[in-house]
Design a protein around this ligand. Structure first.
Ligand code: NAX
Length: 328
C-alpha cells in the first residue's frame, strides 16, 4: 500500500476550503489510488469551524483519507507537507490601500514561507490561491531559500477555465475540444487570456472567431472581470469554481498535461517571453513527472505583446512594493 501524501490547506474554514477539502479527500487532487492525510491550518478564530468541517470529512468515510490534523501553528501545519494549498489570505477591505493589503498579506505569507522552508517534505509543491496570489507566492518563496524556487506557484487556472468556457460559448464548441489556451501575467484585472495559439477541434481559435473587437471588448474583459460578476450574482466570491481550479492545477502539475495540450500556471519566470526573471507570472506550461516547462517558441503578435507587457508591469510594481516593505 502507498504511503499517504500529506496535503496542507490554509484557510481551511473558509468558503474555498469547504469546497476543496472533500474533493482532496475523495481522490480528485492526486488520483483515485493515492491516500492522503490532511492538515488544516487556520487562525485561532477559524479552528472551531475547521473542526466542524473535519467532522463532516469523517462522516464521508472516504477510503483514501488517512487522517486529519487541525492547527493554528504553521510549523505544525506544514510539517512533512508534500503539497501545500495556501488559500487563507487577508482580503481587501474598504479604504485599504494597496500597500496595506500587501503588508497584511506579507504578515501571513512570509511566516508561512519560512514554516514551509523549515518543516515541509523535500518534494513540497506549493500553490498559492489567496490574493494577491502571484505576489503572495513571491513573498512565501523569498522566505523559503532552501526550497527550489520553482515549487512556488500561483493559481491562474480559474482564469484559464473561465476563458475556455467563454470561448466554447462563443463558438458553440465543446469545452473538451479547446486546447492550448494561455493566461499570461497576473491573476488580476490585467491578466491576458490569449487565444492566438489556442485550437478548437484542431483549428486555430483566433482565426475561427475572426473578430478582434469581440476579443478586445467582450472576451478579455469578461474573463478578467468574471470574479466581480460572480460576487454581483451570488453575493459571495467564487468558491466551488476556485476550489475546482486548485484541484485542476495540482492534478495537472502532478499527473501531467495531455499530449498536444498545455495549461496556465503562475510560476517564477526564467526570463521567457520578456518577463523579467523571478516574477511569478502566468505562462503556458506543459507538465510531466511532477515538473513543468514553459512552452517555448510561440509567436507573440502586437495585440498580445501590449497586453502581456501591461500585466507584467503590474507584477513588477507589486514586487517593488513588497521589496520596499521589506517582505522579500
Ligand atoms: P474566506 O474568507 O471564506 O476564507 C479565508 C479563510 O482563511 C478564513 O477561514 C480565515 O480564517 C483563514 N485565514 C486567514 N488568515 C489565515 C492564516 N494566516 N492562516 C490560515 N488561515 C487563515 O475566503 P475564500 O472565499 O475561501 O477565499 C480565499 C482566498 O482566495 C481569498 O484571498 C480570495 O481572494 C482568493 N481567491 C483566489 C482566486 C484565484 O483565482 N487565485 C479565485 C477565488 C478567490 O477569490
Amino acid at each position: 500500500t502507498r504511503t499517504p501524501v500529506n496535503v496542507t490547506v490554509t484557510g481551511a474554514a473558509g468558503q474555498i476550503g469547504y469546497a476543496l477539502l472533500f474533493r482532496i479527500a475523495s481522490g480528485h487532487l492526486l488520483g483515485a489510488d493515492v491516500p492522503v492525510k490532511l492538515r488544516l491550518l487556520e487562525i485561532p478564530q477559524g479552528l472551531k469551524a475547521a473542526e466542524g468541517t473535519a467532522m463532516e470529512l469523517d462522516d464521508c468515510a472516504f477510503p483514501l483519507l488517512k487522517g486529519i490534523d487541525i492547527t493554528d501553528d504553521p510549523n505544525v501545519g506544514f510539517a512533512g507537507a508534500n503539497v501545500a494549498l495556501l488559500v487563507g489570505a487577508r482580503p481587501r477591505t474598504k479604504g485599504m490601500e494597496r500597500g496595506d493589503l500587501l503588508s497584511a498579506n506579507g504578515g501571513i505569507f512570509k511566516p508561512q514561507g519560512k514554516a514551509i522552508n523549515d518543516n515541509a517534505a523535500d518534494d513540497i509543491k506549493v500553490l498559492v490561491v489567496g490574493n494577491p496570489a502571484n505576489t503572495n507566492a513571491l513573498i512565501a518563496q523569498a522566505a523559503a531559500p532552501d526550497v527550489p524556487a520553482e515549487r512556488f506557484t500561483a493559481m491562474t487556472r480559474l482564469d484559464h477555465n473561465r476563458a475556455i468556457s467563454q470561448l466554447a460559448a462563443k463558438t458553440g464548441a465543446a469545452v473538451s475540444d479547446i486546447k492550448r489556451l494561455t493566461i499570461w501575467g497576473n491573476h488580476s484585472a490585467t491578466q491576458y487570456p490569449d487565444i492566438f495559439h489556442a485550437e478548437i477541434a484542431g483549428k486555430n481559435a483566433a482565426e475561427t472567431v475572426n473578430d478582434e473587437a469581440w476579443l478586445a471588448d467582450t472576451f478579455i474583459p469578461t474573463v478578467a472581470k468574471r470574479g466581480a460578476a460572480i460576487i454581483e450574482a451570488r453575493g459571495a466570491s467564487s468558491a466551488a469554481s476556485a476550489a475546482n481550479a486548485a484541484i485542476d492545477h495540482v492534478h495537472t502539475w502532478v499527473n501531467g498535461t495531455a499530449e498536444g495540450d498545455w495549461t496556465s500556471m503562475g510560476i517564477p519566470s526564467d526570463g521567457s517571453y520578456g518577463v523579467p526573471e523571478g516574477l511569478i507570472s502566468s505562462f503556458p506550461v506543459t507538465t510531466k513527472d511532477g515538473r513543468y516547462e514553459i512552452v517555448q517558441g510561440l509567436d507573440i503578435n502586437e495585440f498580445s505583446r501590449a497586453r502581456i507587457d501591461a500585466s507584467v508591469k503590474e507584477l513588477a510594481e507589486e514586487r517593488d512594493a513588497v521589496r520596499g516593505l521589506g517582505l522579500i
